[in-house]
Write a protein that binds this ligand. Sequence first.
Ligand SMILES: C[S@@+](CC[C@H](N)C(=O)[O-])C[C@H]1O[C@@H](n2cnc3c(N)ncnc32)[C@H](O)[C@@H]1O
Length: 246
Amino acid sequence: MRRHDLLAELHRLLAPRTYLEIGVNVGGSMTLSRTRSIGVDPYFSVDREIMCDVHLVRTSSDEFFARQHPLAHFDEPLIDLAFIDGMHLAEYAFRDFVNVERFCHPGSVVVIDDMLPRDVPEARRDRSVPSGKPAWAGDVYKILGTLRELRPDLVCLEVDTAPTGVVVVLNPDATNTVLVEAADDVVESYVTPDPQDVPAEIMDRSRAHDPRALLDLPVWGELAAARTLPTDEARTRVGEAVRSLR
Ligand SMILES: C[S@@+](CC[C@H](N)C(=O)[O-])C[C@H]1O[C@@H](n2cnc3c(N)ncnc32)[C@H](O)[C@@H]1O
């Protein structure tokens, strides 16, 4: 299954009230949204029909989140579904996740693209170096280790999508400050010269879920239902729904 097919299914199963996309490019993934949406990309050049109420913001994700009310296009500053697919360097994806989580509720779902590079050249930080492959995943895979180490409360699901794999993050917590406090050290650790030391389990996808099997689980309906609950109740319900996925 390709990453856009997974994303389309998540839109269908979750029926999100809001969708935030970081990295729009020509609009391929934005065409999947039918809900109130925001797309952020300093260089977007949309060349296809978009069928949702979208605010396209021509700026970097860092500048976007530094704004006073970045989600003013939504009725409430809450993200039900996010797709992080901007700059493919770990420090950018890390900051994107931290910023997205500030606007999440327990039932929110965050999809991060390019998390399972298939080989070391595909995971290079320097895109200008030819790798002989069309895809450039970069080293965003590094944030998976950070999330698992520092945030065991999150459920991070590796998913075997083409071409470069995604991670779906469940059970976010907008009140958790652990990542913000660790940010300087974490980001410094990411900036290492190529070639990157990509873990074998990332490249061979031995921990990755089959996307169809994952989509068939009842958890998506539970997450959508949790959105209508007060935060404490939602956290309990989501905790129960994701327990079997840990
Ligand atoms: C892989 S493309 C996005 C593809 C799109 N999500 C899709 O699936 O159809 C990555 C995009 O991220 C954008 N980008 C690069 N740096 C960025 C940043 N700092 N903030 C937001 N977007 C960024 C690029 O301009 C590029 O269009």
